[in-house]
Design a protein around this ligand. Structure first.
Ligand code: TXA
Ligand code: MG
Length: 319
């Protein structure tokens, strides 16, 4: 394990750092260093047409990279540090073109984690950081999930404990009205007071627009197949099934008595915030366990339930 001081030096030398945030762990590089950013894409196996989020220490630093509008300024004041990413027009010359795939916009976010903020302040760099998983796989919410995946790329690891929020940040843009490109750790309802109403989730990008990786159909995928069934369809029975359940909507365990092989209840107490924080770790446990196939059905579609359903649908390969 590394320290923020060593990690800051490593970033200045073009190295990669696995950085904790409140959402998921990120694989960070100096956003101004094209070679370092290229290493991030290479290490993740991520296509270069998928732009990265630039992490900054505060709003002032964000506005050196991106051009704010009045709503963006109000949102930054209300939610930063926190799980909200703003996609705004990019200022020329500060970050490498590769970071935002040559787009004229850039995504900025101020993470709410003491180690991430310490690293941003010590390095005094804007940090490009996607989630620290291989492209298309489950995002890491503990340093153990990352393990030695990026060792051959010389990444230093910072252990910040389990991620509090557990799903990625909400990505918001203006086209020209506010829309959510990716539902995440801040709900549409929470954004509403700053935008004159809840922003819609962009289901299909407008013709010709770049598709964000968070919008790709098969994303956040476990190795085993995940089946997504309608709300009112009963759970199947059998040892082959590993169920992602919520609240009282859980099948019995033990296939001998009509139950299933494994159950991960994301929140027996029906708390969507708790469910979000447990989602990715629960998917990993089912992936590693004896059940052969995973199955889930919609959680209540409000608050963080929208982001959880989005991740489950994409893990099932549905758009
Ligand atoms: O919570 C998070 O956001 C985590 C932690 C590490 O901060 N990061 C993360 O990064 O999830 P990544 O690279 O896995 O997802 C970035 C999202 C993608 O959906 C990407 O397409 C979108 O942000 N994005 C980035 N720049 C964009 C741009 N200029 N226009 C549209 N979407 C953009
Ligand atoms: Mg990701």
């Amino acid at each position: 394990m590394s320290t923020p001081q060593a990690a800051a030096r490593h970033l200045h030398q073009g190295g990669l750092v696995v950085m904790p945030t409140e959402t998921v762990y990120g694989l960070a590089a100096n956003a101004g260093d094209a070679a370092a950013v290229a290493q991030v894409f290479a290490a993740k196996g991520r296509p270069v047409f998928d732009p990265l989020i630039v992490h900054i220490a505060d709003a002032a630093a964000a506005w050196r990279v991106a051009v704010p509008n009045p709503q963006a300024e109000a949102l930054a004041a209300a939610f930063w540090p926190g799980p909200l990413t703003l996609v705004l027009p990019r200022r020329p010359g500060v970050i490498a073109d590769l970071v935002n795939s040559g787009l004229d916009t850039v995504a900025v976010r101020c993470p709410q984690h003491p180690l991430a903020l310490e690293l941003l302040r010590l390095s005094d760099l804007p940090l490009a950081a996607p989630s620290a998983n291989l492209f298309g796989r489950i995002s890491p919410t503990t340093i153990e999930h990352v393990a030695d995946q990026f060792a051959e790329h010389g990444a230093l690891l910072l252990d910040g404990g389990p991620c509090r929020v557990g799903i990625e940040s909400t990505v918001l843009t203006w086209i020209p009205h506010p829309v959510i490109l990716r539902p995440g750790g801040i709900s549409a309802e929470a954004l509403a007071p700053y935008l004159g109403g809840p922003p819609p989730v962009l289901v299909k990008p407008p013709q010709g627009a770049i598709v964000a990786p968070g919008l790709l159909a098969s994303h956040y995928a476990p190795r085993k197949s995940l089946h997504w069934i309608p709300e009112n369809q009963p759970w199947p029975a059998g040892a082959q099934w590993g169920v992602l359940a919520f609240g009282s909507d859980a099948p019995p365990l033990y296939p001998q008595v009509g139950g299933v092989g494994a159950v991960e209840n994301l929140s027996p107490e029906s708390d969507l915030v708790a469910a979000a924080s447990r989602l990715f770790a629960a998917m990993r446990r089912l992936d590693a366990g004896p059940a052969q196939q995973l199955i889930a059905r919609p959680l209540p579609a409000h608050g963080l339930g929208v982001a959880i359903n989005d991740r489950l649908r994409r893990a099932a390969g549905l758009g």
